[in-house]
Ligand binder design. Structure first.
Ligand SMILES: [Zn+2]
Length: 266
């Protein structure tokens, strides 16, 4: 009898340990990133879409600018047990941001500019397809540069009076030449010395489809293929590309969904 109850206890503990091993931390809000961990070998789905899990058990959930009020997370563990969670996603209001005084060509590019923009898009899209399967972001996140926020994520933009797509990133105003740091550990998948809109640009892949982008820089300290650690200097503050003054535009994307970099710092 003792043996039987001991056996059942062990069985029960095992089961609850496996089923309970699901951790989520981050911001359940539009534009938010959630870092998750589940016992390795799980099958994870968010609203029916498969979510990649690193060998370490880490995974990422991202909620876009217009994410719905709720999402269903479904985790099937290796032992067959299933845990379902209904996630409530906080809805946000977005501002309208008007920027005037931009050079005319940066808002209404000519035919020659358009062909250059197209070529640059091909290059950056190829870099976006590079996959990093390790959870390098597990190092945590830092703010890339100190300075006041001059533009927030999600705002509807009107440039020189022309409606443009929403602002997907965080603008931090800072003096020309100040060091810019990698927000987390990763692999530099893209480094460009002068894009039409973005100017000097770096993209870092932090694993599992999470990428940070740094644009308008005045100098680059890294090249494509470099491994960087969290907080490593990758370039300097500038105003290259479409910018009215020195600042960093810091972007964050999970696969193809632009997220709010500010969600990493809360
Ligand atoms: Zn910006």
């Amino acid at each position: 009898m003792i043996w039987r109850s001991l056996f059942l206890t062990v069985l029960f503990l095992n089961f609850s340990a496996l089923a309970g091993e699901l951790k989520l931390s981050g911001n359940m809000t539009q534009g938010g990133l959630v870092v998750g961990w589940a016992a390795p070998g799980a099958q994870i789905k968010l609203d029916g879409k498969t979510i990649n899990q690193a060998k370490s058990g880490d995974f990422l959930l991202g909620f876009g600018r217009n994410a719905k009020r709720s999402a269903e997370l479904n985790v099937q563990f290796k032992d067959g047990s299933v845990e379902k969670r209904n996630l409530e996603i906080k809805q946000r209001d977005y501002k309208i941001q008007r920027i005037d005084g931009l050079p005319k060509r940066k808002v209404m590019p000519n035919a020659q500019d358009l062909s250059r923009i197209k070529k640059e898009r091909v290059l950056i899209n190829a870099a976006r397809r590079i996959e990093v399967s390790e959870a390098l972001f597990a190092a945590g996140f830092v703010r890339p540069v100190a300075g006041p926020v001059s533009g927030v994520y999600g705002s509807q933009r009107i440039l020189n009076g022309q409606p443009r797509k929403p602002h997907y990133g965080l603008d931090i105003a800072a003096p020309l030449g100040r060091d810019i740091k990698a927000t987390s550990a990763g692999v530099v998948v893209f480094a460009h010395e002068g894009m039409f809109f973005n100017g000097k640009t770096v993209v870092i892949n932090h694993g599992l489809g999470l990428r940070s982008t740094y644009i308008h820089m005045s100098a680059l300290n890294v090249k494509a293929g470099d491994q960087v650690v969290k907080g490593q200097t990758i370039g300097k503050i500038g105003k290259t590309g479409r910018a009215t003054g020195p600042h960093l535009h810091w972007g964050l994307t999970l696969n193809t969904t632009p997220l709010d970099p500010q969600s990493l710092l809360k």
